[in-house]
Design a protein around this ligand. Structure first.
Ligand code: ADP
Length: 773
């Protein structure tokens, strides 16, 4: 370039002939041409260019050289003028040098625009008058270095990404201190650390507990020699989440090279195989334990006089089994080492394998009593009954390793007892059957047939024909005759009874004069015109039981009767006092006492009625009276006892009926006291009385808690009380409605209930206006 510069005709440029050049330019050009470092100079206003040989390669093969020499800067570098001109200006105006490192300055060379990186400095060259006359560029092309570094960075980034996404634990440790450069989530989990705790730290600083377990040597060796290190099932104790744990690992330490073959560090790849190792160890341990299932125990099993076996592990592998068990299963010794389900696939659908597993997991012993098990025996599936015990078998560490089963077949006993039971049932049935007498009435012919037992129950021994009037009605106790014949009359009316007959009465033995309580059940059959044609049924003696009831009734009657006397006196005293006392407090208490006494009197008379009723001692004393008036009276009486409700009664015109006034009064009173008990205070109770096609209907409506349909059906049974929280809080015995319905039935009337749970109830009694005597 020295020669080119000397030969160049500088007079064609603004710089002029070299002999006119100022001193500083001469010196600077001299330095440039003699330097081996790439240099370049812009001089003067037009920035005329000088450069040396070292700079030439930067201009490319087929590019700006040699035309750049003596050329104006702007003309030479149009493609980058916008980048370099501001730098040149900066130097010109401030006189300060600039420094740029690895700066991308794309230039046109080798026939194309190339990305070229430079590290360069611009500095001012002063002219004669000290002004900045030129800008000297000392530069160095760093394209190769920069691209090389970028490639490296890219591959490092790829490696990093690969590590972060790896399905196994991975990390990069750099330098001799094994500084953690990157670690993926799996590695962090394995270490039990957060990323922020470990990145940038030497691995044994981040995980001090990992020291002294042979890992340092392995890492140092890889870093020193560049050789891969591999380990399998290596136990490493680590502090994970504050707990020291042994983690079994398979791992590889790979050397980590850069592109130039420099060893940067280690890439560690680790797989946590703790679970597999532990499972394996456990199994080995179980096997060891079982192999020494101390010989004694093995012998105990083998020699046990019952079926006994030891089944290993969750899958219940037959470990030890005695001949009794094999006989029970109908299998041979080849079962040893197989799972229970392999041996007995028929158990798959049965609960027993699950029971075994449950015992294995819970350790709780399971006892089965007469369990029905289907086993394939003698070539077919047989049902058998077994008593068995499944008990967990533990190793010396207390760990459950299997289940011991002791079984005993009880099929014969179970079948025998089942037979016995059936035989007993049959004999009881036949006994009952023998105790039953039967009757069969042909209602069209007017004939009646009694079997021998029925005759016996009516105390007759002859085999002659029997008749309804002579033998049946006469054969009953006089006190029961009217009641039973009335019920039978109703049975003959399909719309009234549906033909159902179920009664209890006494017979008076025609020949032996003996009194017998019997229960008769039967059914009347009707033709298409609903005419009764046949009446068939049975009669059973209820011995003993009836007498007990009678004795109990007598007792209740006696007690109730005895209670009535002092209660009557008490009522009288209270009334007497009430008239005398004006002090409001005491008067209030007396009122309460009066109420309670009246309630008690009501309960007692309920019991008395019940016992009378059951003893068949209730006799109707009929009279003609105005039922509207009776209702009015009952309401007035009732108000004294209840009083927390408003009772509305729209009293109709007088309505005369023929009935037992007192008893009908008690039916209405019972309705009212129930309406009071089973509805909230202050709610309304409405009483209605109407006449409708030959019947008087009296209804009591309340706004109470109502009755469930299932209870409605049974309300009229003796002692029946609807169950429920609300009912329990009210006093009562469940006899009121039973008595009411008996009374009403005896008047040939009926009781009905309409009710909806939570809405209220309507109890209606319907009585014939011209009731027959
Ligand atoms: P108790 O003495 O128990 O009231 P009852 O024979 O009079 O005996 O009534 C039988 C049952 O019928 C009661 O226990 C109650 O459960 C139900 N019951 C009777 N009347 C009503 C009513 N008005 N509202 C709701 N439940 C009632």
């Amino acid at each position: 370039m020295g020669e080119r510069t000397r030969n160049f005709d500088w007079s064609t440029t603004s710089v002029g002939n070299p002999d006119t050049w100022p001193k500083s330019l001469q010196i600077t050009v001299g330095i440039i041409l003699s330097s081996r470092f790439p240099m370049f100079l812009w001089w003067g206003e037009e920035m005329i260019q000088f450069y040396n040989d070292a700079y030439r390669p930067s201009l490319g093969e087929d590019g700006k050289h040699p035309s750049a020499l003596g050329q104006k800067g702007e003309e030479c570098w149009p493609e980058i003028w916008h980048i370099i001109y501001p730098l040149i200006r900066q130097v010109q105006t401030t006189g300060e040098p600039t420094w740029s490192q690895d700066q991308l300055v794309p230039i046109y060379r080798n026939g194309r625009l190339e990305d070229v990186y430079w590290t360069f400095g611009y500095s001012a060259v002063h002219g004669e008058a000290g002004e900045v006359a030129g800008v000297l560029v000392i530069c160095h092309e760093t394209t190769e270095t920069v691209l090389g570094r970028k490639r490296l960075e890219k591959s490092a980034a790829n490696l990093r990404r690969m590590i972060l996404q790896a399905p196994v634990a991975m990390c990069i440790l750099v330098g001799y201190q094994h500084v953690i450069e990157v670690a993926n989530q799996r590695m962090l989990e394995l270490w039990g650390r957060q990323e922020t705790d470990v990145i940038g730290k030497p691995v044994f600083d981040a995980l001090p507990e990992a020291r002294g377990q042979g890992l340092e040597d392995a890492m140092d060796k890889v870093y020193r020699t560049g050789e891969t290190f591999e380990a399998r099932e290596m136990p490493v104790s680590l502090m994970r989440n504050g707990v020291s744990e042994v983690v079994y690992q398979n791992f590889v330490y790979e050397p980590y090279w850069d592109n130039d073959g420099n060893l940067l560090g280690i890439i560690a790849i680790t797989i946590d195989i703790s679970e597999q190792v532990l499972a394996k160890k456990q199994l080995e341990q179980i096997n060891v334990q079982l192999s020494i299932v101390n010989e004694n125990f093995r012998n105990i099993i083998l020699q046990a006089p019952v079926a006994m076996g030891l089944f290993r592990g969750e899958n219940m592998v037959v470990e030890v089994i005695n001949d009794n068990f094999l006989k029970l299963w109908d299998r041979d010794r080849s079962v040893v080492g197989k799972t229970v389900l392999e041996v007995l696939p028929e158990l798959k659908e049965q609960p027993y394998p699950q029971i075994l597993r449950d015992v294995f997991h819970s350790g709780e012993t399971y006892y089965a009593n007469q369990a029905k098990v289907f086993l394939k025996r003698n070539g077919r599936l047989e049902a058998g009954y077994y008593d068995f015990i499944n008990q967990a078998f533990r190793n010396s560490d207390g760990q459950i390793v299997g289940v011991v089963v002791v079984a005993h077949e009880v099929t014969e006993q179970v079948l025998a007892s089942k037979h016995l039971q059936t035989a007993l049932n049959q004999s009881r049935l036949s006994k009952e059957a023998a105790a039953l007498g039967t009757f069969d009435m042909d209602l069209q012919e007017g004939t009646m047939i009694w079997d021998a037992r029925c005759r016996e129950l009516f105390g007759i021994s002859h085999q002659n024909d029997v008749t309804y009037a002579q033998d049946f009605v006469n054969g009953m106790h006089p006190d029961d005759r009217e009641r039973i014949t009335r019920i039978i009359d109703n049975c003959f009316i399909k719309s009234v009874s549906g033909g159902v007959y179920d009664v209890e009465y006494r017979t008076m033995g025609q020949e032996d004069g003996r009194e017998r309580w019997v229960r008769a059940k039967g059914q009347v059959y009707f033709d298409e015109n609903e005419r009764p044609v046949r009446f068939i049924g049975s009669v059973l003696e209820i011995t003993e039981q009836k007498n007990d009831e009678l004795r109990k009734n007598d007792f209740i009657a006696m007690v109730s009767h005895e209670l009535k006397t002092p209660l009557t006196t008490l009522t009288a005293v209270i009334q007497l006092l009430s008239g005398k006392i004006s002090e409001p407090f005491v008067a209030g208490w007396l009122k309460t006492a009066d109420k309670q006494v009246k309630k008690m009197a009501k309960l007692i008379s309920g019991f008395l009625n019940l016992s009378r009723l059951e003893a068949g001692k209730i006799v109707l004393e009929k009279e003609r009276f105005d039922i509207a008036e009776l209702i009015q009276t009952v309401i007035e009486e009732q108000k004294v006892i209840i009083g927390n409700h408003e009772i509305v009664f729209n009293k109709p015109e007088p309505l005369f009926i023929s009935a037992d006034k007192e008893k009908i009064g008690s039916v209405i009173s019972n309705f009212l006291s129930n309406a009071d008990k089973y509805s909230p205070p202050q709610s309304l109770i409405i009483v209605n009385c109407v006449q409708d096609s030959g019947f008087v209907k009296v209804s009591v409506t309340d706004e109470g808690n109502g009755i469930k349909p299932a209870d409605i059906k049974r309300l009229f049974e003796r002692f029946y009380r609807a169950e429920g929280k609300s009912e329990q809080t009210f006093p009562g015995f469940g006899i009121g409605l039973f008595i009411a319905s008996e009374i009403v039935q005896r008047h040939n009337g009926s009781i009905s209930v309409q009710s909806e749970k939570g809405k209220g109830s309507v109890f209606t009694v319907s009585l014939p206006v011209n009731a027959k005597q």
